[in-house]
Design a protein around this ligand. Structure first.
Ligand SMILES: [Zn+2]
Length: 328
């Protein structure tokens, strides 16, 4: 597939609400299912990775057509992964949620998607979720933690332990008090050109998506690299946020890795040094990404991209003096 010479309007992008079938993969005995909340609208995240200009994107042929469109714009998705070990069901990252107040990215607020119905259709009713994890506490990773019932935000998964890394939780909770300057939020606000109060969004996310779970007694705060259950563990990958964690899944010698926003877009496998403008520490993010890619290259590790559009699961393969993402 090569970049087309002619750009046709009809092919420029998926609909916001994803209609495709849920898909599953196996890591040993563990089943991992992707549940999509929405496709990001074309252009909505243009410039989030500053170096990824259309011309620069078009220099990487394998991005087309799944990860970039005909115009060299990057494509993105918001989805969860359900990790089913047969003794526990773990939901990793819960999207934006419905009816949330998101002044930082207004288009992602006030959604009304059928995410929960899709989760249930995939075989996982809310009552069956044992653990809810967040790679980090940004608005598009904790939204479905709660649902609005009779004007109140209530935990969506009544039988789950919402298991968050303590340092990540504490950092964001501190931001809600408004006396800490957050570089990642400053970058995000500068990028979005949106809400002038950089703490307001964090306060809203906490109030709507996190505090109700705390109040219900469902939250466990755990140390870095915590083992969630047999074969599933948090894996420290700081940079996007101060205490960002990816997820490592191991079963019968096979390994899976759920990126979170550690690798925000597949383009960062070809250009590991290109960090997101929303990153807390762009240099750290780039450094850790290079180390991971080097260790994963040409291995059997199956990488599950958290915002990768199209085929979002694949392997890291050496490509000259850099890497590429090859869908499984
Ligand atoms: Zn994200």
């Amino acid at each position: 597939m090569k970049w087309p010479d002619v750009v046709s309007e009809e092919t420029l992008g998926p609909e916001r609400e994803e209609k495709r079938m849920e898909r599953s993969w196996k890591i040993g005995d563990v089943k991992i299912t992707q549940v999509v909340e929405m496709s990001v609208e074309i252009g909505e995240l243009d410039g989030l990775i500053a170096e990824a200009t259309p011309d620069a994107v078009k220099e990487i042929p394998w991005l087309y057509p799944d990860y970039a469109n005909e115009r060299g714009q990057t494509l993105w998705s918001v989805h969860s992964y359900v990790v089913d070990t047969s003794s526990a069901v773990v939901l990793v990252d819960t999207g934006c949620g419905n009816h949330k107040d998101l002044p930082l990215i207004p288009n992602w607020g006030g959604l009304n998607t059928a995410y929960l119905e899709r989760l249930t259709e995939a075989g996982y009713a809310p009552e069956q979720i044992d653990y809810v994890l967040a790679t980090h506490l940004h608005l598009d990773h904790v939204g479905w933690n709660t649902v609005l019932r009779n004007g109140r935000w209530e935990p969506t998964f009544p039988n789950a332990r919402y298991t968050f890394v303590k340092d990540e939780f504490d950092y964001h909770e501190e931001l809600t008090r408004g006396d800490t300057v957050s570089e990642d939020l400053e970058h995000a606000v500068e990028y979005a050109g949106a809400d002038p109060d950089i703490h307001r969004q964090t306060r809203l996310v906490f109030a709507e998506s996190i505090q109700p779970c705390v109040d219900a007694g469902l939250v466990d705060l755990v140390p870095e690299n915590h083992v969630i259950c047999d074969g599933v563990r948090y894996t420290s990958t700081p940079g996007h946020t101060k205490c960002h964690h990816s997820l490592t899944i191991e079963s019968h010698g096979e390994v899976g890795f759920i990126t979170g926003d550690f690798i925000h877009h597949p383009i960062q496998t070809a250009r590991p040094g290109w960090s997101s403008r929303g990153d807390w520490d762009r240099a750290l993010s780039a450094d850790r990404r290079r180390t991971f890619l080097e260790s994963a290259a040409d291995s059997e590790i199956l990488v599950f991209g958290t915002h990768f559009a199209g085929p979002s699961v694949g392997r890291i393969v050496r490509d000259g003096d850099t890497y590429k993402f090859v869908a499984a």
